[in-house]
Design a protein around this ligand. Structure first.
Ligand SMILES: Cc1cc2nc3c(=O)[nH]c(=O)nc-3n(C[C@H](O)[C@H](O)[C@H](O)COP(=O)(O)O)c2cc1C
Length: 199
């Protein structure tokens, strides 16, 4: 994924988030950019699943998915979500709450084009979260779309990304005797506030 730091601000949570992500990568943790994405359906039912962070900057946190999936339907109906990262070691959690918008077509096209060929074919082949009629249905669709898009694979109209613009970011760091360190940053009218919390 790509990322860029925003202008320095005393309580801007982005630089610390990027430091912690870089630390998780340097430790060679499996899937350091994996995050739980929690959504709420229009009738109030919570739902959570893992997705991969693909970009983070001062505008927000970007992930990609099938637009016909349950998570995409939930986000369109109620564009508010929470992300949660956990890296261990060193024992760190980051929770990010915010509002969600669709990324632009140009942004989705650029990221889609950077994916390996079979991942691009897979985005056409998978009817994400729909019932799989038989074990052969998926390999058959992969074969079909491989033939159809032998030369180049366009981005499917049902595949794009979402950007979560944070309204709060909470850092949690493991400390001895459960005296863990927590601090919540909240977006204010001008910049960010930071409030330590009991663990
Ligand atoms: C580590 C990990 C990373 C994943 N990354 C993505 C992702 O970036 N996008 C995605 O659509 N699904 C991803 N998935 C699959 C989702 O967790 C989920 O099964 C799928 O998107 C269907 O979710 P939904 O039915 O709630 O829409 C990932 C799963 C795991 C375990």
């Amino acid at each position: 994924m790509s990322e860029s730091a925003s202008a320095p601000g005393s309580h801007d949570p982005l630089p610390r988030f990027l430091d912690w992500l870089a630390d998780a990568r340097a430790r060679k943790l499996p899937e350091p950019s994996a995050m739980a994405l929690a959504t709420v359906s229009p009738d109030g039912a919570p739902s959570v699943r893992m997705v991969l962070l693909k970009h983070a900057d001062e505008h927000g946190f970007v992930f990609y998915t099938n637009l016909e999936s349950p998570k995409a339907a939930a986000l369109r109906a109620r564009p508010e979500a929470e992300l949660c990262f956990y890296w261990n070691p060193p024992g760190r959690q980051v929770r990010i709450h915010g509002t969600v918008t669709a990324v632009t077509d140009a942004e989705a096209d650029a990221y889609f084009a950077s994916r390996p060929y079979l991942s691009r074919v897979g985005a056409w082949a998978s009817e994400q979260s729909r019932p799989l009629p038989s074990a052969l249905a998926l390999p058959r669709r992969v074969a079909e779309f491989t033939l159809r898009f032998a030369a180049s694979v366009p981005r499917p109209p049902h595949w794009s990304g979402f950007r979560l613009a944070p309204t709060s970011v909470e850092f949690w760091e493991e400390k001895p005797y459960r005296l863990h360190e927590r601090i919540v940053h909240r977006r204010a009218s001008a910049g960010w506030t930071a409030t330590p919390l009991y663990p």
